[in-house]
Design a protein around this ligand. Structure first.
Ligand SMILES: [Zn+2]
Length: 385
């Protein structure tokens, strides 16, 4: 990442203003062709249209200006083409918000186009943080309306087991949440009752630092069923795609009781599956709700089980251009997670830990620690710094 950033140079100069809605304005720099890669680039009807002389990659880097300083938000995945049409994040853009579009051919980054958006008041993103809890899952979500949700919490302090990879005895999720400047959760969600998911939730609930409206798990349902939306006053939708149903799948395997959520914000979709394995994945494919998502929290820590994340399931998820998989696992875990990397050969994979053997696939990033993502309702921005 750092090496890439060092290569950035801004090549554009002049500024134009475009009306982009009743109270919204978008400003962007003019695009100049400096090395022959671009044949044209312009903004039309809230879309950026770029044509290039050859197939290249475009990569988008996002910055937000807060109190006069540029905060690096992260980047969205590269796209390879010779013609790009990109929806610009005009809706609800209320702050100074930058996107650097960087062009790359097979050899190196060749060019940078610099965009600048501005308006008057503060803008918020949908944030989804995949907290590094070593072996386990913990996801913190903050909506643009400041709803706070935590889904699972890793092992936490529920034991003093000496196996470091499990994060046992360490309140990793609580420590992370304590840094978020919040004191209330709209939802605390336990996907299923395995210790690498509920342990750290108990740390949060027992800390005395937080209140919450709903504590949702398979042991205390609030009359939620498959297909229901969870109750939030938000532009972000959370739909339940599985909640321990159908019971026949659950008898021998708690993983298959996992509460599965599809999260939608504008054009951005996320699929959070807990540890749901093949039987539940088949069940969800047969249901009427779309599994299509830009970001998939890979089931069961990237387990190697034959039926988990098979190609039929991944084809139902990855129907869009953006194919991001997040794998939450502990380095040197005794299960050998994640073994099923070959299933994601063509996708962007981000892992909290380091896998047992290095991945041969170009867009796989491991040992990321906590992985933060942001969405403006258009792109999903990944921050692994
Ligand atoms: Zn698990």
């Amino acid at each position: 990442m750092t090496g890439y950033i060092n290569k950035i140079f801004v090549v554009t100069i002049s500024l134009f203003l475009f009306a982009c809605g009743i109270n919204e304005q978008i400003a962007h720099t003019d695009i100049q062709q400096t090395n022959g890669l671009f044949t044209q680039a312009f903004v039309d009807n809230n879309q950026l249209i770029v044509n290039t002389t050859e197939e290249i990659y475009l990569r988008f880097e996002y910055f937000q200006r807060i109190d006069g300083e540029d905060k690096y938000l992260g980047w969205s995945v590269k796209e390879k083409s010779d013609e790009f049409t990109i929806n610009l994040p005009c809706k609800n853009i209320n702050s100074q918000y930058y996107i650097k579009v960087r062009a790359e051919n097979e050899k190196a980054f060749q060019d940078t186009v610099f965009f600048f958006y501005s308006s008057n008041t503060n803008y918020s993103f949908l944030e989804m943080h995949f907290i590094d809890v070593e072996q386990g899952d913990a996801i913190y979500i903050k909506t643009p309306e400041n709803n706070n949700i935590i889904i699972d919490g890793g092992y936490g302090t529920r034991g003093n087991n000496s196996t470091d990879w499990q994060g046992f005895g360490q309140p990793l999720a609580l420590n992370y949440i304590n840094e978020q400047n919040i004191d209330h959760f709209d939802y605390i969600i336990e996907t299923h009752h395995h210790a690498d998911h509920y342990g750290g939730l108990n740390d949060i609930k027992n800390s005395g630092n937080y209140t919450w409206d709903y504590d949702l798990s398979n042991s205390n349902t609030y009359n939620y069923h498959v297909g229901d939306l969870i109750n939030l006053k938000s532009d972000v939708q959370f739909r339940i795609l599985s909640i321990g149903y159908p019971p026949a799948y659950n008898q021998d395997n708690l993983n298959n009781t996992s509460i599965v959520l599809k999260v939608n914000y504008g054009y951005a979709d996320y699929l959070l599956t807990g540890d749901a394995e093949g039987a539940v994945q088949t069940f969800m494919i047969q249901n009427p709700w779309s599994l299509s998502a830009d970001l998939f929290k890979v089931s069961h820590h990237g387990s190697s089980s034959n039926s988990t994340c098979n190609s039929t399931f991944l084809d139902a998820i990855f129907t869009k251009y953006t194919k991001i998989g997040i794998i939450s696992f502990g380095t040197n875990n005794s299960y050998g997670h994640p073994k099923a990397l070959y299933r994601f050969a063509n996708d962007y994979i981000f892992g909290t830990g380091t896998p047992p053997t290095s991945s041969p696939y170009p867009n796989h990033y491991f040992n990321c620690g906590t992985i933060k993502t942001y969405s403006d309702g258009q792109a999903i921005i990944v921050n692994i710094e």
